[in-house]
Ligand binder design. Structure first.
Ligand code: AMP
Length: 420
């Protein structure tokens, strides 16, 4: 046996239903908010993320699956979706074809991290992005969408945390204040943080080393260093959140691990899934489109980890409402008739099964049990002669004789609502 690669996982029947539910619920929700789906390649040029996500971020420095391909090009498996979606927005001038460019994506992302519960090397995200709207009302709308997503998935015990990280005009003063506040103490931080203090002090907030946390907690808050327009923007975001009636908490440590964020940043944390409790994160990225060679357009979006949503969803959320029907037959003529019935059931939109190995009726009924069939439709010589089907309700064991001509209506009436 050649096992799967560490940090990757197969999503098997029993669990996949929960994934389907996440995809169904979010797709319907995104479309209600005016988003359209985009699918981009899993491989991109390495420089897209070096430039987009940021040269000094952990993702780019430590976690990218980057390699030189046979043509000598530097390629990477995408570690996140936003730079790819910005690239697609620019490359296809999406603002020409979409009056309000709002796009979403589902797909695998790749980061060489230390695997643990809720943290994988191949994981999956759903991602939404809106371009070209600077009004803080859109920040609140995006937050409302994120909140609606976790609510519709039935995820309880969640907390929305928000912050503002300012803009290129006010960020330098904040970075300076961080370095100043650290002073000599910087030498007590981990090697990564010492490097961060020199290259990109904001990234110190990404530090996960336990000993560093007490000192990091004493550092200044970005919201105390906002310029007038960032301050006004953030105040308006908060006001709109009140209009939406969404509860949230301010967290000054929430700078997020990527370089492109400006102004609003946010995460949703789940209480019941262990240490990796951030199920969704995002923010505004007003300079990124231009930085990646596009027009000067602002943007905002979020990504949620599907593995973590699935983990945080209530148990019953996987229940899929499937209502299998089993066709059992005795004898060759009845078997042919059963195959035709199987075809008709499936054409009628019902889930139908049959067993081909010619076993006894008893073992066919055992198979029906194992499949958790709701009904068994039994055809033997007698049924054939009378043009009927024996229907057995597998839960109550009640049996009924139903004319072959009416069997589809009979099944549909009993199964309707169970299957989509
Ligand atoms: P990020 O782009 O790091 O802000 O991640 C956005 C979301 O993706 C997080 O809130 C997680 O739900 C999910 N996520 C990020 N990294 C991983 C990972 N290694 N394994 C599983 N989920 C992840």
């Amino acid at each position: 046996m050649i096992p799967a690669i560490r940090g990757t996982h197969d999503i098997l029947p029993g669990e996949v239903e929960r994934w389907q539910r996440v995809e169904d619920v979010s797709r319907r929700l995104f479309e209600r908010y005016g988003y359209a789906e985009v699918r981009t390649p899993v491989i991109e040029r390495e420089e897209l993320f070096a430039k987009g996500t940021g040269e000094t971020t952990d993702i780019v420095q430590k976690e990218m699956y980057a390699f030189t391909d046979k043509g000598g090009e530097r390629i990477t498996l995408r570690p996140e979706a936003t730079p790819s979606l910005v690239r697609a927005f620019v490359e296809h001038s999406l603002e020409q074809s979409m009056p309000v460019p709002k796009i979403y994506l589902f797909g695998p992302m790749f980061r060489y991290e230390r695997p643990q519960k809720g943290r994988y090397r191949q994981f999956h995200q759903l991602d939404v992005e809106v371009f070209g709207i600077s009004d803080p009302a859109i920040d609140a709308e995006v937050l409302d969408l994120a909140w609606a997503l976790v609510t519709e998935l039935g995820i309880a015990n969640v907390e929305l945390v928000v912050n503002s990280v300012g803009c290129p005009a006010c960020r330098p003063a904040f970075s300076e204040a961080l370095v100043k506040a650290l002073g000599e103490d910087v030498g007590r931080l981990c090697a990564d943080c010492q490097r961060r203090a020199a290259t990109n002090p904001l990234r110190i907030f990404d530090c996960k080393v336990a000993q560093d946390q007490p000192l990091i907690d004493t550092l200044p808050h970005s919201t105390d260093y906002l310029c007038e327009s960032c301050k006004a923007h953030f105040a308006a975001v908060e006001r709109h959140l009140h209009v939406y009636g969404i509860p949230y908490r301010l967290s000054h440590r929430l700078v997020r691990g990527l370089d492109y964020y400006t102004r609003t940043t946010f995460e949703i944390l789940a209480g019941n899934i262990g240490a990796q409790n951030a199920i969704l994160g995002g923010g505004r990225y007003d300079g990124l489109v231009k930085q990646l060679g596009g027009p000067d357009r602002v943007g905002i979006g979020f990504a949620a980890g599907i593995e973590r949503l699935v983990l945080a969803m209530p148990e019953e959320a996987g229940a899929h409402g499937r209502v299998p029907i089993f066709v059992a037959s005795m004898g060759e003529a009845a078997r042919d008739s059963g195959i035709a019935l199987l075809r008709d059931l499936r054409r009628a939109g019902l889930e139908a099964h049959m067993e081909y190995e010619g076993r006894s009726i008893k073992s066919q009924m055992k198979r029906a049990d194992r499949l958790k069939a709701a009904y068994a439709l039994i055809i033997g010589d007698n049924e054939l002669a009378r043009g009927e089907v024996t229907v057995k309700n597998m839960r109550t064991s009640e049996q009924a004789q139903v004319p072959r001509a009416g069997i589809l209506d009979y099944c549909r009436a009993r199964v309707s609502g169970g299957q989509e």
